[in-house]
Design a protein around this ligand. Structure first.
Ligand code: IMP
Length: 499
């Protein structure tokens, strides 16, 4: 006979945190959001630790290289999606690993014989006023000179003349070799009164430009998540179909962590694939999931998973529960899995971090997920709203929206994530295709969420996430007390806020 689990399946909206005593040395300024990403011996330092407990969903609409760069600069980690050819995903990994803060790949490039008219058009398109003049007009061609919008006037010099007539040639141009560090480059910008310093390889080909105007920008990110060579870290999603080819290519490209991406990770396929990765590439962390209970967590932890993702059916674009009747309220799932993680640690001495994936709609849901035991969270909808995500930004009557679509939608058709027996296709949709409110730049949006999380932790008397997890007190809310949570007056008009 089927087993009926006595406990009701609950979600985040049904809980509130009770404030705990806050000591004078616990303030938003002292709260530490570091958290382990990967399996480690309990009590010892993990090989990779997030500086902030946020990861972005393994989705076409979300985890672009641009978003991965922005998130890692803020201390979190993206998992680049695997619903693309292996070489494209590897190139995306390389793009993040090659990012050097302050070292910009030139996007405004011309050839010396291009006209000043073309140069004006290129500058208008990119919005930048410094152009590299390379032998072939590419960002990595041999550098012949620089030309800025201050070097020519359309009426005075005409638009038909060649760029070479107004550029500063390489012979008169300060430039640097490939070994220069950012602080050395910044020192030269100030000492030599330069606006821009080109960095060239040994053959004189352009590698990067360093701009004086970016100096302050680089100071803004004290929490960057970087590897031993100071390169930003990036994760990559993988699947149980082509991992034998995909994993080596991603490692070659420099991925720091992998994650099996499946709507249902409690399967022999995932255990076999995890064992294969652990056997052939023991040095690369590989997470597993998704699961919703302790039994499935233990299964994947025993198969070698370095972290386990929790969540089935709670995602904002998800219709798995409607379509298949499978899933569990995200709060119940996280509580159950976190208990299994602690039992696993007691039994084996290994700590396998837990990620709460999907269904986080309000900022305070992040705090609840972490209080309930998640080591970090993964979000799709949240990150899809930012400039750096893949979806187009579209105007509406009330402002802007961004496109956001599920991996199980007809638009993404990620058959590797959804085992429906349909070969290389979906038999039915498990996700929808829609829009989310546009929320601007990731840096600003995430800073706000982090500020709220820290303030919640301070109210709960916790200066660290492990302390938050172990001391949090949560209460269930009735419908009536839920109503009480919201403002109960007629609101004065305020500038639009986005949730
Ligand atoms: P969100 O943060 O609520 O938008 O949920 C994002 C999560 O939903 C992802 O990390 C996936 O685990 C899951 N997901 C992504 N695409 C789909 C889909 O098409 N159907 C169901 N779940 C999905």
């Amino acid at each position: 006979m089927a087993q009926i689990i006595a406990e009701v399946s609950r979600t985040f909206n049904e809980f509130l945190l009770l404030p705990n005593r806050t000591r004078t040395d616990c303030s938003a300024a002292t709260v530490d959001l570091r958290t382990p990403l990967v399996r480690h011996v309990a009590g010892e330092a993990p090989a990779i630790e997030l500086r902030s407990p946020f990861t972005s969903a393994i989705m076409q609409a979300v985890s672009t290289p641009e978003l991965a760069i922005a998130l890692a600069r803020n201390g979190g980690l993206s998992f680049l999606h695997h619903n693309q050819p292996i070489e494209d995903q590897a190139a995306a990994v390389r793009q993040v690993k090659n990012f050097k803060a302050g070292f910009v790949t030139s996007d405004t490039n011309v050839r010396p014989d291009d006209s000043l008219g073309l140069l004006t058009e290129v500058m208008r398109r990119t919005g930048h006023s410094t152009a590299a003049v390379t032998h072939d007009g590419t960002a990595t061609g041999r550098l012949l000179g620089l030309v800025t919008s201050r070097d020519f006037h359309p009426q005075r010099h005409g638009l038909d003349g060649p760029v070479s007539s107004r550029m500063t040639t390489i012979a008169d141009l300060a430039h640097a070799g490939p070994e220069i560090t950012l602080s050395e480059a910044n020192a030269r910008l100030w000492d030599e009164r330069l606006d821009c310093l080109p960095v060239l390889d040994a053959g004189g080909h352009l590698q990067h430009l360093v701009f004086r105007s970016d100096y302050a920008d680089n100071k803004r990110f004290p929490n960057q998540l970087v590897d031993a060579d100071k390169r930003l870290r990036v994760g990559a999603g993988i699947n149980t179909h082509d991992y034998r080819e995909r994993v080596p290519a991603l490692l070659e490209a420099g991925a720091d962590a992998l994650c099996f991406d499946s709507s249902d990770g409690y399967s022999d396929w995932q255990a076999q694939a995890l064992s294969w990765v652990k056997k052939h590439y023991p040095e690369i962390p590989a997470g597993g999931g998704n699961v919703v209970d302790g039994e499935a967590f233990t299964f994947l932890a025993e198969a070698g998973a370095d972290f386990v993702k929790v969540g089935v059916g709670g995602g904002s674009i998800c219709i798995t529960r409607d379509q298949k009747g499978i899933g569990r309220g995200q709060a119940s799932a996280v509580l159950d899995v976190a208990a299994a993680r602690d039992a696993f640690r007691e039994r084996t001495g290994a700590y396998v971090p837990v990620c709460s994936d999907g269904g986080l709609v309000h900022d305070y849901h992040v705090a609840l997920a972490l209080a309930m035991g998640a080591d970090f969270v993964m979000m799709g909808r949240y990150f899809a709203r930012f400039d750096q995500a893949a979806g187009a930004k579209l105007p509406t009557r009330d402002g802007f929206v961004k496109e956001y679509w599920g991996e199980g939608s007809n638009r993404a058709r990620n058959w590797q994530r959804y085992g429906q027996g349909g070969g290389r296709g979906l038999v039915f949709e498990e996700g929808v295709d829609g829009y989310v409110p546009y929320a601007g730049d990731l840096d600003e949006g995430l800073a706000l969420t982090v500020a709220k999380l820290k303030t919640t932790m301070v109210s709960c008397g916790s200066a660290t996430l492990p302390e938050f997890r172990s001391t949090a007190r949560l209460t269930l809310v009735s419908d009536q007390s839920f109503q009480e949570s919201h403002a109960n007056v007629t609101l004065r008009e305020t500038p639009g806020t986005v949730s």
